[in-house]
Design a protein around this ligand. Sequence first.
Ligand SMILES: Nc1nc2c(ncn2[C@@H]2O[C@H](COP(=O)(O)OP(=O)(O)O)[C@@H](O)[C@H]2O)c(=O)[nH]1
Ligand SMILES: [Mg+2]
Length: 694
Amino acid sequence: MADRDAATIRNVAVVGHRGSGKTSLIEAMLLAAGETTRLGSVPEGTTVSDWDEDEGRRAMSISASLCHAAWKGTKVNALDTPGEPSFLADALSALSAVDAALVVVNATAGVELQTERMLSRAADAGLARAVCITMLDRERSDFESALAGLREIVPGAVAIQIPMGEEEGFRGVVNLVSMTATTYDGSGPKGTTGPIPDDLLERAEAAREAMIDVVAEADDAFIEKYLEGEEITTDEIIAALVTGVAEGRMVPVACAASTLGGAGADRVLDLIVEALPSPLAAGAKSAIDADGAEVALRPDEGGPLVALSFKTLADQFSGRINLLRVISGALTPDRQIVNSRTGGKERVGQLFTLQGKEHVAVDGIGPGDIGAVAKLKDVLTGDALVDDGVGLTVPPVEYPPAAMSFAVEAADQADEDKMTSSLRRMTEEDPSLDFHRDEQTGEQILGGLSQMHVEVIAERVERRFGVGLVLRPPRVPYLETITVSADAEGKHKKQSGGRGQFGDCKLRVEPLTRGQGFEFVNKIVGGAIPRSFIPAVEKGVVEAMLAGELAGYPIVDVQVTVSDGKHHAVDSSEMAFKIAGSLGLKAAIAKAKPVLLEPIMTVETIVPTECVGDVMGDLNSRRGHPLGMDSGPAGETIRAEVPMAEMLSYAPDLRAMSHGRGDYSMAFLRYQELPAHLAEAVAAEGHDAEEAVA
Ligand SMILES: Nc1nc2c(ncn2[C@@H]2O[C@H](COP(=O)(O)OP(=O)(O)O)[C@@H](O)[C@H]2O)c(=O)[nH]1
Ligand SMILES: [Mg+2]
């Protein structure tokens, strides 16, 4: 029942660095298309797409949100995404649901870290890309330099517009394809299109030449004509651009000043409709069949129903809401579908689309379109909804794993269960969150991509579910290991009336290489310990390895060999040998010069060139080892290995050192011996924590 042809849909994820102007640009497009009647503002918390209370308060997008606009007979589905790296998961989910990425670049800062990352993520996902350079009305904005930075990393970037006037003198854009000028009076998004003013003509002609150069370079058929000096028609330029963009070779660049009444937004909508591919033009999306083979799916109404759930919202009123991209077939309301991950049947009720937080009922979601459904029972981000009998799943998106963990407790102990269920729901919403119970310490652990990430989640839980949370500084997950081999005996003997207990084993512990974990070797010959009791010895060993004597952390990278022992025909039992195994291991480890291991992270910090010295010095003082440095248009990238324990409060320090312009990412690398002078303090702390848990 698709009410529209897939050719008249554009699905666009608006991505880029934090603060580049994505949310404001969408706001301006909605106004330009008549979807709204006034231009909301990010600082005032009144935009359509930053609708959540905390987004308004922090003046920043935290979750992906869906908006839509009708423009020139086409439905534009725009997904606003967070640029802040802490909320990267939602930007990646959005990319999995669209056919094109609109990368927003701030004209005062130029290419930034997240600009580069998103451009390459979108290319990896095979998406068409376009760029909008915004904030052209701002002081120190520089279109040319932003464009040059862009071209350094994407040679196919081509300006199809240039700004008219600069900074406070900005008054509109010149369209280099049609060679017309659209001016705005600053009061609204409606521009007046006319001839290019004389004083700009020369610059516009040069810019058009430059555009044709790039287009020609990327298109063989074009280049001959061009070299022979033949006149190239506007239609030919458009055709070459459209193909080049769909194939990812070309990236058209437009301009805007979104907060200046929405200036330029109408031409950005034109660009989306005219140059970015529809789901039909973008070609097939892949699905995976029951045998793991890839299947190409086109947005055909007659095809099997496959809808990707690319975002899950935990709404306190409507329950769970899933945002869906219909890849093939059409989704109709009031019907049954199957979740291909679980095989579970689900009842689809009402279908709707979203304008930010506002639900707009629809009577179906056709092939290629994006919409939403509420109250499905067990559908998570990344699941595919299919017709019964269609065993197709969609390729999973790779999300960054949690890099920073906190111990979390309910502020009111009575809320402990509610906390657990609320945090489970939050992990459904955000795939880069990790919530689990640490077996070692008994603590509930909440992990995210950064401190801010975890704090925002804690706030959301409090606001939506009424559960106050207490976050405690993350405990660094130290481990213990041994440095030399040693032998010991574990003997458990008890005689107290009746039947006694007797078990005796000789154990040898030897260091393994880092990361090998644990190996258990049985070298008993001649039945010194009956075969049936060997598993009990191993069980005792494994239990004792859970908490080392040094500081109570798990013991790893040890080979344990049971070489000899004694048993008693009546008094030996599994329990007795288990205890003997534990005692033997503890005794052997104590003799094997145990040490603490600490997690080492790889850290990538990107900062403006002038801050490199400070940042390097700071990493050194955190016991870091530099690995190398690269320069790019977004600044210098410094790579280093740094102990996790030294990175627990890096974010605010980096912010201060780089005047808010630095950024970093971190991933676990390996475990390494903790220097002796630090071990004592860690050991004392570890034992304190053990007592607290006990
Ligand atoms: N002067 C000016 N300010 C803008 C423009 N676009 C966005 N801003 C402001 O820049 C800040 C960041 O914009 P926002 O849309 O939240 O960026 P996002 O993080 O990419 O979504 C906000 O304070 C906006 O009001 C623009 O075109 N001109
Ligand atoms: Mg935003």
